[in-house]
Design a protein around this ligand. Sequence first.
Ligand code: ZN
Ligand code: ZN
Length: 599
Amino acid sequence: MSADRGQRRTRAGKDVRAMIRGATMGHRLSNREVADILLQIADMLEIRGEVVYKALAYRRAAQSILDLGRDINEVWAEGGLRRIPGVGEALEKKLDELLRTGRLQYYEELQEEIPPGVVSLLAIPEVGPKTARLLWERLGATSVAEVEEAARAGRLRELPGLGARSEQRILEGIRTLYQRSKRIPLGVAWPIAMELLEQLRNLPGVEEASAAGSLRRMCPTIGDVDLLAAAKDGAAVTDAFTRFPQVAEVVVHGPTKATVILENGVQADLRVLPRERWGSLLQYFTGSKGHNVALRALAQSKGLSLSEYGYKRGNEEILCGEESQVYEMLGLPWIPPELREDRGEIQAAQEGRLPQLVELRHVRGDLHVHSDWSDGVTPVEELALAAGELGYEYLVVSDHTQSLAVASGLSAARFAEQRRLIDRLNARRQGAHILQGCELEIHADGSLDFPDDVLAGFDVVVASVHSGLRQTRDQVTARIMNALHNPHVDVIGHPTGRLLGQREASEVDIEAILQEAARTGTAIEVNGIPERLDLDDVHVKRAMELGVLIAIDSDAHSANALRAMYYGVAMARRGWANPRSVLNTRSLDQLQKWLRRRG
Ligand SMILES: [Zn+2]
Ligand SMILES: [Zn+2]
């Protein structure tokens, strides 16, 4: 831990990447920018577990460049790079490439090799490369949300080199990170909100309590946690709210409103409303703005005026105690919050063609889960038990394949060994039925990591792109197309590779991929990892229009993380997905029939 602290911290990776893009457009790199790239390389070499002196060489050169006192571009133009302390022949070549072209292939290759979720952990103050590697290897953590959860559960202090104090510091670091980034993943906000709502419902006099705003609409990221409660004595509720144990700071405290900062740095707002206006207020504060504007226009066309307090017809006030009454007044069925984005939901409601949305209870199994055979942390046996407890009928263990060495990808021989274990476990009939899958690497040249005869041996194949994400749009698209055309590939994993708040989706022609998937009958994944949520809602909606089958997966690397299915379901709902369009709402029997037909 101690080696991770101090002046060695680099900027968040996204800044450097944005800068690299800037550089390719003719921007001249500053000394600071060049140094940051070298420091990033050092971080990644350490995450990779390279010998210490390699990373040190990059750090030393970075420091020399910062201390240079001259523009490095001038030094380069004079041919004087080698005179910079710490710059030897190899580094001179790399710096020359970087200053000449604005790009550095070695740096880009490293970025492709280290799982981006692991690099993202470096954004937490107090977490350096060694800790990131530890969190990844021991806990399977590939997102900040997972680290936070593990820290709260006291699981960080048990790791070698960390203790209760480091755990506390990492939690504080995450708090700083959230405050800085302003928007937090749904997967972080949701459990916090559920806990607060339960505490609110247990207060005397509280008749209703609900999340509102983007949180209730299950947006991928949210600003603050918006909560509503209905009670006669508002002041008693806001008083109690500001005294909840997880509140660190009270910002606003009035008779009907309170704003607090929670221990983890997230802001929570509470409004207390009279029960008789609950429906109108809940509807209004759920939004979205666009949806509400469209609703008000519709009300006007019917001679009504709609506000957060209720309807008015002339001077007559019409109160809505239930949210469904707000819609009923306009001749509409209740519209689920996830659809309220002004994307045609009001028209669909008018025409009676709102979709029946998929729900968590429809999900019969998880098709994308990693065990401790690759970069997960939970043994296959425990995964099956945990899946059984979630009520799943089946679970696909889909460990990484050989060429993803950094995630301990498995060879065909290792998979054969794993198959024998799975057969033994299935014979015991404890927990969910285990299917053997793999998360198959799609290589940078579009070829697949295993030949067809090996692929035929898996029950389920999830093919994913992890490398070469910065190739051209045509290249990335062609690689995924190639995977779609392989009859053994059943699911395309996290199709765009986006990481919320960290990495943009890769350039890929999603429309072409969805159209081809509709033709080949391959399922497209909606990945539930809070930082991924990939496909996003807009593309899920397009997939529904094209008749594409989707697979909602947790991509869990630990038994705990199986619960990320919930967020995948939320994204699917925001994309209007119905249960029949989701592959893993099928029973084991139906799934196996589908798989047999695919070959
Ligand atoms: Zn993956
Ligand atoms: Zn995966």
